[in-house]
Design a protein around this ligand. Sequence first.
Ligand code: PRE
Length: 362
Amino acid sequence: METKTLDRWGMNLQKPLIIAGPCSVETPEQLDRTVAGLVDQGVRIIRGGVWKPRTRPGNFEGVGAIALPWIKEVKEKYGVKFAIEVANPNHVEQALEAGIDLLWIGARTTVNPFAVQEIADSLKGVDIPIFVKNPVNPDLALWIGALERLDQAGLKRIGAIHRGFSNFNDTKYRNSPMWQLPIELKTKIPNLPLLNDPSHIGGKRDLLFDIAQMAYDLNFDGLIVESHIDPDKAWSDAAQQLTPDAFGAMLKSLKTRNSGLENPIFKHQLEQLREQIDEVDRELLEVLTRRMSLVEQVGEYKKSNNLTVFQIERWKKVFKTRADWAESMNVNPEFIKEVFKLIHTESINKQTEIMEGRKLEK
Ligand SMILES: O=C(O)C(=O)C[C@]1(C(=O)O)C=C[C@@H](O)C=C1
């Protein structure tokens, strides 16, 4: 898909692009005071939820279209641009009529191709920047699919927002970052502007800085952050919103990184290290190939002696010892466990092929 990098969006946008504002627009006063605070911190694009899709009914679901004139007012008063979430063509129509500058599609909408297509159709012929949040589930194809629907509708300024993924196992984050997914997205669509949403990943104020710094380290194009003039009294997402002052302080402490290799000395050192990594990776592959050849020999033995492919006692031992070895070598045992789970799955597949005398479908 074709999309323009941020510097070609024609709105004088620079990397890092910063969007901040309340989770929900609540009252004209709350909006005005929050925007005033954020403008003081140098923020030029404000976010604010008008329609809020919530997981369960009975929670505050946004004030709705009555917020649109309030938004118009702060836009004029402070000269800011405004971004809101749209979940259906009706929202799109009202947002465009109200002169909203940027749109985003939320995580609960991205999961539904029917809904995304309807939004894309309602935007045909309209030239407005639009961001797509990742779907709630870690499904890269669904995320890309939503971006492609907008691309096919003719939108040229499309971006993505990484807000983390639902994961019942994760106790630290509200939504697990699963950084490998935005990295894969960027690898597949390098031009795509990619923002990080530390508020929804963290769910708690004190986690935001580390998440945002990680995003900067990974060369994200910017941040979208929830900020409220009085976070503890916020009608939604109270625990994860920052005051404009706290947000300003966070922005100042974040370290931006260079993606290019301007310094020739550093470039040379990096190239040398990369050459060594190439070599080590080749060795790693050779070792894996050797291991797989042994596994295949075990497979032949199991076939002639009619033994099961999966040997639970041996597998438990392999799994435990490798994690212990990792610990003693100062390598993260959780990482090694994941590596060995993958290796074991491949062993099982290879031996099953040997047993059944046929290739398994990939
Ligand atoms: O020890 C075996 O029986 C093997 O086939 C090797 C191996 C492994 O990959 O380490 C593979 C499958 C078994 O479930 C256990 C271990």
